[in-house]
Design a protein around this ligand. Sequence first.
Ligand code: PGA
Length: 259
Amino acid sequence: MKILIHPDAARAAGAVADRIADLLAARPGAVLGLATGGTMEPVYAALIDRAGQGRFPAARFTSFNLDEYVGLGPDHPQSYHVYMRRHLFGPLGLPPGQAHLPRGDAPDLEAEAARYEAAIAAAGGIDLQLLGIGANGHIGFNEPSSSLVSRTRVKTLARKTVEDNRRFFGPGEPVPRHALTMGIGTVMDAAEVVLLATGAAKAQAVAAMVEGPLSASCPASILQMHAKATLVCDRAAAAALRMTEYYETVHPEGGAPQL
Ligand code: PGA
Protein backbone atom coordinates (compact mmCIF):
# COMPACT_ATOMS: atom_id res chain seq x y z
CA MET A 1 0.00 0.00 0.00
CA LYS A 2 1.22 3.47 -0.82
CA ILE A 3 0.90 5.69 2.27
CA LEU A 4 0.89 9.44 1.73
CA ILE A 5 0.79 11.56 4.89
CA HIS A 6 0.07 15.21 4.11
CA PRO A 7 0.59 18.05 6.59
CA ASP A 8 -3.13 18.91 6.72
CA ALA A 9 -6.56 17.86 5.49
CA ALA A 10 -6.80 20.47 2.73
CA ARG A 11 -3.57 19.30 1.13
CA ALA A 12 -4.62 15.66 1.43
CA ALA A 13 -7.94 16.40 -0.32
CA GLY A 14 -6.11 18.44 -2.98
CA ALA A 15 -3.74 15.52 -3.65
CA VAL A 16 -6.69 13.18 -4.22
CA ALA A 17 -8.28 15.70 -6.60
CA ASP A 18 -4.95 15.95 -8.45
CA ARG A 19 -4.78 12.15 -8.87
CA ILE A 20 -8.31 12.08 -10.32
CA ALA A 21 -7.62 15.11 -12.53
CA ASP A 22 -4.46 13.45 -13.87
CA LEU A 23 -6.37 10.26 -14.67
CA LEU A 24 -9.14 12.18 -16.45
CA ALA A 25 -6.58 14.24 -18.39
CA ALA A 26 -4.96 11.02 -19.62
CA ARG A 27 -8.25 9.15 -20.13
CA PRO A 28 -11.23 11.52 -20.27
CA GLY A 29 -13.70 8.64 -20.55
CA ALA A 30 -12.40 6.80 -17.46
CA VAL A 31 -14.79 5.07 -15.08
CA LEU A 32 -14.64 6.45 -11.54
CA GLY A 33 -15.98 4.86 -8.37
CA LEU A 34 -17.13 7.70 -6.12
CA ALA A 35 -17.81 8.13 -2.42
CA THR A 36 -19.84 10.52 -0.28
CA GLY A 37 -19.47 11.84 3.27
CA GLY A 38 -17.90 14.90 4.81
CA THR A 39 -14.36 13.87 3.86
CA MET A 40 -15.14 14.01 0.14
CA GLU A 41 -16.60 17.51 0.03
CA PRO A 42 -13.21 19.27 -0.22
CA VAL A 43 -12.07 16.68 -2.79
CA TYR A 44 -15.01 17.51 -5.05
CA ALA A 45 -14.53 21.25 -4.53
CA ALA A 46 -10.87 20.88 -5.54
CA LEU A 47 -11.81 18.73 -8.54
CA ILE A 48 -14.30 21.35 -9.77
CA ASP A 49 -11.52 23.89 -9.37
CA ARG A 50 -9.11 21.73 -11.44
CA ALA A 51 -11.79 21.34 -14.15
CA GLY A 52 -12.23 25.13 -14.19
CA GLN A 53 -8.51 25.47 -14.79
CA GLY A 54 -8.88 23.23 -17.85
CA ARG A 55 -6.81 20.42 -16.34
CA PHE A 56 -9.21 17.77 -17.71
CA PRO A 57 -12.43 17.65 -19.78
CA ALA A 58 -15.09 17.92 -17.09
CA ALA A 59 -17.99 15.93 -18.44
CA ARG A 60 -16.62 12.90 -20.23
CA PHE A 61 -16.17 10.40 -17.40
CA THR A 62 -18.61 7.76 -16.16
CA SER A 63 -19.11 7.20 -12.45
CA PHE A 64 -20.55 4.65 -10.07
CA ASN A 65 -21.15 5.61 -6.45
CA LEU A 66 -20.49 3.21 -3.64
CA ASP A 67 -23.85 3.31 -1.95
CA GLU A 68 -27.26 4.81 -1.24
CA TYR A 69 -29.58 4.72 1.75
CA VAL A 70 -32.44 2.25 1.51
CA GLY A 71 -35.79 4.01 1.34
CA LEU A 72 -34.54 7.38 0.08
CA GLY A 73 -35.53 8.36 -3.44
CA PRO A 74 -33.12 10.26 -5.71
CA ASP A 75 -34.67 13.62 -4.80
CA HIS A 76 -34.61 13.15 -1.02
CA PRO A 77 -32.40 15.95 0.36
CA GLN A 78 -30.24 13.51 2.37
CA SER A 79 -29.89 11.00 -0.45
CA TYR A 80 -26.49 10.46 -1.97
CA HIS A 81 -28.05 11.20 -5.35
CA VAL A 82 -28.67 14.77 -4.17
CA TYR A 83 -25.26 14.96 -2.45
CA MET A 84 -23.49 14.03 -5.71
CA ARG A 85 -25.55 16.41 -7.86
CA ARG A 86 -24.83 19.25 -5.42
CA HIS A 87 -21.13 18.61 -4.80
CA LEU A 88 -19.93 17.32 -8.17
CA PHE A 89 -22.21 16.40 -11.04
CA GLY A 90 -24.11 19.71 -11.20
CA PRO A 91 -21.05 21.99 -11.09
CA LEU A 92 -19.20 19.83 -13.65
CA GLY A 93 -22.25 19.53 -15.92
CA LEU A 94 -21.92 15.75 -16.05
CA PRO A 95 -24.75 14.30 -18.19
CA PRO A 96 -27.09 12.31 -15.86
CA GLY A 97 -26.72 9.16 -17.96
CA GLN A 98 -23.03 8.99 -17.09
CA ALA A 99 -23.52 9.20 -13.31
CA HIS A 100 -24.73 6.02 -11.64
CA LEU A 101 -25.86 5.40 -8.07
CA PRO A 102 -27.80 2.43 -6.75
CA ARG A 103 -31.51 3.18 -6.22
CA GLY A 104 -32.28 2.85 -2.51
CA ASP A 105 -35.98 3.15 -3.29
CA ALA A 106 -36.05 0.28 -5.80
CA PRO A 107 -39.01 -2.06 -5.20
CA ASP A 108 -36.73 -5.11 -5.47
CA LEU A 109 -33.40 -4.30 -3.85
CA GLU A 110 -31.83 -7.62 -4.74
CA ALA A 111 -32.63 -7.07 -8.42
CA GLU A 112 -31.30 -3.50 -8.14
CA ALA A 113 -28.03 -4.81 -6.68
CA ALA A 114 -27.65 -7.28 -9.55
CA ARG A 115 -28.48 -4.54 -12.07
CA TYR A 116 -25.84 -2.28 -10.53
CA GLU A 117 -23.13 -4.95 -10.68
CA ALA A 118 -24.04 -5.63 -14.31
CA ALA A 119 -23.87 -1.92 -15.17
CA ILE A 120 -20.36 -1.65 -13.69
CA ALA A 121 -19.26 -4.68 -15.70
CA ALA A 122 -20.88 -3.30 -18.88
CA ALA A 123 -18.94 -0.05 -18.42
CA GLY A 124 -15.73 -2.08 -18.42
CA GLY A 125 -15.12 -1.99 -14.66
CA ILE A 126 -13.90 0.81 -12.42
CA ASP A 127 -10.57 2.46 -13.22
CA LEU A 128 -10.22 4.36 -9.95
CA GLN A 129 -12.29 3.81 -6.82
CA LEU A 130 -12.36 6.63 -4.29
CA LEU A 131 -13.04 5.59 -0.69
CA GLY A 132 -13.53 7.13 2.71
CA ILE A 133 -13.28 5.08 5.87
CA GLY A 134 -15.68 4.82 8.77
CA ALA A 135 -14.42 5.21 12.33
CA ASN A 136 -15.15 1.47 12.64
CA GLY A 137 -13.11 0.62 9.54
CA HIS A 138 -16.01 0.30 7.10
CA ILE A 139 -15.62 1.03 3.39
CA GLY A 140 -18.78 1.86 1.50
CA PHE A 141 -21.35 0.59 3.99
CA ASN A 142 -19.51 -2.68 4.47
CA GLU A 143 -19.53 -2.79 8.25
CA PRO A 144 -17.17 -4.95 10.32
CA SER A 145 -17.98 -8.67 9.76
CA SER A 146 -18.88 -8.05 6.09
CA SER A 147 -17.68 -10.77 3.76
CA LEU A 148 -14.39 -9.72 2.24
CA VAL A 149 -15.58 -11.06 -1.13
CA SER A 150 -19.08 -9.54 -0.98
CA ARG A 151 -20.88 -7.95 -3.94
CA THR A 152 -23.49 -5.16 -4.03
CA ARG A 153 -26.27 -5.89 -1.55
CA VAL A 154 -28.29 -4.47 1.34
CA LYS A 155 -26.40 -3.99 4.61
CA THR A 156 -27.67 -3.01 8.03
CA LEU A 157 -25.72 -0.01 9.32
CA ALA A 158 -23.82 -0.28 12.60
CA ARG A 159 -25.15 1.87 15.44
CA LYS A 160 -21.94 3.95 15.32
CA THR A 161 -22.44 4.62 11.60
CA VAL A 162 -26.03 5.72 12.15
CA GLU A 163 -24.85 8.07 14.92
CA ASP A 164 -21.99 9.41 12.76
CA ASN A 165 -24.47 10.13 9.94
CA ARG A 166 -27.01 11.83 12.19
CA ARG A 167 -25.31 15.21 11.69
CA PHE A 168 -26.45 15.25 8.06
CA PHE A 169 -30.13 14.88 9.05
CA GLY A 170 -32.47 17.38 10.69
CA PRO A 171 -33.28 17.23 14.42
CA GLY A 172 -35.73 14.38 15.04
CA GLU A 173 -35.48 13.19 11.43
CA PRO A 174 -35.01 9.42 11.24
CA VAL A 175 -31.57 8.32 10.03
CA PRO A 176 -31.74 5.33 7.66
CA ARG A 177 -30.55 2.03 9.10
CA HIS A 178 -29.98 0.18 5.85
CA ALA A 179 -28.05 0.91 2.70
CA LEU A 180 -27.51 -0.64 -0.69
CA THR A 181 -23.73 -0.79 -1.01
CA MET A 182 -21.10 -2.11 -3.36
CA GLY A 183 -19.50 -5.13 -1.76
CA ILE A 184 -15.89 -5.45 -0.72
CA GLY A 185 -15.30 -7.75 -3.70
CA THR A 186 -16.80 -5.06 -5.96
CA VAL A 187 -14.37 -2.47 -4.56
CA MET A 188 -11.43 -4.83 -4.90
CA ASP A 189 -12.15 -5.30 -8.62
CA ALA A 190 -11.25 -1.64 -9.29
CA ALA A 191 -7.93 -1.21 -11.09
CA GLU A 192 -6.83 1.40 -8.54
CA VAL A 193 -8.16 2.36 -5.10
CA VAL A 194 -7.55 5.69 -3.33
CA LEU A 195 -8.73 5.97 0.28
CA LEU A 196 -8.81 9.40 1.91
CA ALA A 197 -8.90 9.72 5.71
CA THR A 198 -8.68 13.02 7.57
CA GLY A 199 -9.04 13.96 11.22
CA ALA A 200 -8.25 12.34 14.55
CA ALA A 201 -11.54 10.40 14.61
CA LYS A 202 -10.15 8.16 11.84
CA ALA A 203 -6.74 7.47 13.42
CA GLN A 204 -7.60 4.07 14.96
CA ALA A 205 -9.35 2.84 11.80
CA VAL A 206 -6.38 3.92 9.66
CA ALA A 207 -3.91 2.11 11.93
CA ALA A 208 -6.04 -1.06 11.84
CA MET A 209 -6.31 -0.83 8.07
CA VAL A 210 -2.61 -0.36 7.35
CA GLU A 211 -0.83 -2.14 10.18
CA GLY A 212 -3.45 -4.44 11.72
CA PRO A 213 -4.25 -7.98 10.64
CA LEU A 214 -6.22 -8.58 7.45
CA SER A 215 -9.63 -9.08 8.98
CA ALA A 216 -13.34 -8.60 8.37
CA SER A 217 -13.27 -6.81 11.76
CA CYS A 218 -11.68 -3.93 9.84
CA PRO A 219 -13.11 -4.17 6.30
CA ALA A 220 -10.64 -1.56 4.99
CA SER A 221 -7.76 -3.92 5.86
CA ILE A 222 -8.63 -5.85 2.67
CA LEU A 223 -6.77 -3.09 0.82
CA GLN A 224 -3.57 -4.80 2.01
CA MET A 225 -4.45 -7.33 -0.73
CA HIS A 226 -4.94 -4.76 -3.50
CA ALA A 227 -2.04 -4.32 -5.90
CA LYS A 228 -2.66 -0.59 -6.42
CA ALA A 229 -4.08 0.92 -3.24
CA THR A 230 -3.12 4.33 -1.89
CA LEU A 231 -3.94 5.78 1.51
CA VAL A 232 -3.97 9.58 1.47
CA CYS A 233 -4.31 11.10 4.94
CA ASP A 234 -3.46 14.07 7.09
CA ARG A 235 -1.25 13.95 10.19
CA ALA A 236 -4.24 13.67 12.53
CA ALA A 237 -5.56 10.53 10.80
CA ALA A 238 -2.01 9.10 10.69
CA ALA A 239 -1.40 9.65 14.41
CA ALA A 240 -1.86 6.01 15.52
CA LEU A 241 0.40 4.49 12.81
CA ARG A 242 3.58 2.90 14.17
CA MET A 243 5.75 3.09 11.03
CA THR A 244 5.23 6.78 10.29
CA GLU A 245 8.94 7.47 10.06
CA TYR A 246 9.21 4.92 7.24
CA TYR A 247 6.17 6.25 5.35
CA GLU A 248 7.48 9.81 5.62
CA THR A 249 10.93 8.73 4.44
CA VAL A 250 9.44 7.14 1.31
CA HIS A 251 7.00 10.01 0.59
CA PRO A 252 8.00 13.19 2.45
CA GLU A 253 4.87 15.29 3.11
CA GLY A 254 2.91 12.89 0.91
CA GLY A 255 5.02 13.75 -2.12
CA ALA A 256 6.94 11.81 -4.74
CA PRO A 257 9.26 9.03 -3.53
CA GLN A 258 12.83 10.01 -2.69
CA LEU A 259 14.90 7.55 -4.72
P1 PGA B 1 -17.14 10.75 6.45
O1 PGA B 1 -17.60 9.25 6.13
O2 PGA B 1 -16.32 11.19 5.29
O3 PGA B 1 -18.43 11.52 6.58
O4 PGA B 1 -16.35 10.67 7.71
C1 PGA B 1 -16.66 8.32 5.69
C2 PGA B 1 -17.27 6.93 5.67
O5 PGA B 1 -18.09 6.62 6.54
O6 PGA B 1 -16.90 6.15 4.77
